[in-house]
Design a protein around this ligand. Structure first.
Ligand code: PAF
Length: 192
């Protein structure tokens, strides 16, 4: 059965309990609008862990003001069906006010690897990603976290983050899943 929680304390408690019961906890962080690429991450994480948490959170910190935060696809019911169908143990779908309560002011930032490539065009993006993923790592305490190599730079940044901050987490990157015409699957393909 897939449990769904929205409060940070409930999510942390469920992950703590799973670890206390001796489970190896896996984490797949997502922004929802799940597609076959996400499902492949879930399948990989299930191979590597015996308690799997998926997070669904459209993270405002990683969107610049002129980006698509407001219209980013949100398909929670379908996402939950997808997680249930894949045997996910726990879904965490917090509100922005829960993740970033009044007074929140901490940023996790990598100084070099975030600057070139996508960082050149989206100078604040990766700081938002590393800040939210650090929070998710801290809340979950996973042994393994799985990301897509579609966002190759993001995967390398998050691997570096875990190494630099001595987080005992294996950060796995999974192959890109493509449409039959070669286009990499992405939640934003809905805009096309
Ligand atoms: O790759 C994504 O969907 C997001 O950047 C992530 C890692 C879930 C952080 O919000």
């Amino acid at each position: 059965m897939t449990a769904v929680v929205r409060e940070l304390a409930d999510f942390r408690r469920a992950c703590d309990e799973a670890r206390a019961q001796g489970h190896r906890v896996g984490l797949v962080p997502t922004m929802g609008a799940l597609h076959a690429g996400h499902l492949s991450l879930i399948d990989e994480a299930k191979e590597r862990a015996d308690f799997l948490a998926v997070t669904i959170f459209v993270n405002p910190l990683q969107f610049a003001e002129d980006e698509d935060l407001g219209r980013y696809p949100r398909t929670m019911n379908a996402d939950l069906d997808g997680c249930r169908g894949r045997g996910v143990d726990l879904v965490f779908a917090p509100e922005p006010s829960g993740m970033y309560p009044k007074g929140f002011q901490t940023q996790v930032s990598l100084s070099k690897i975030t600057k070139p490539l996508e960082g050149e065009f989206r100078p604040t993006h990766f700081d938002g990603v590393t800040t939210v993923v650090t929070k998710l790592f801290n809340l979950t305490g996973p042994s393994v976290a799985v990301f897509g190599r579609k966002d190759y730079q993001q995967w390398k940044i998050l691997s570096r983050l875990a190494r630099d901050l001595d987080m005992p987490i294996e950060v796995v990157g999974c192959p890109i899943i493509r449409e039959t015409d070669g286009l990499a699957l992405s939640s934003r393909n809905r805009y096309l």
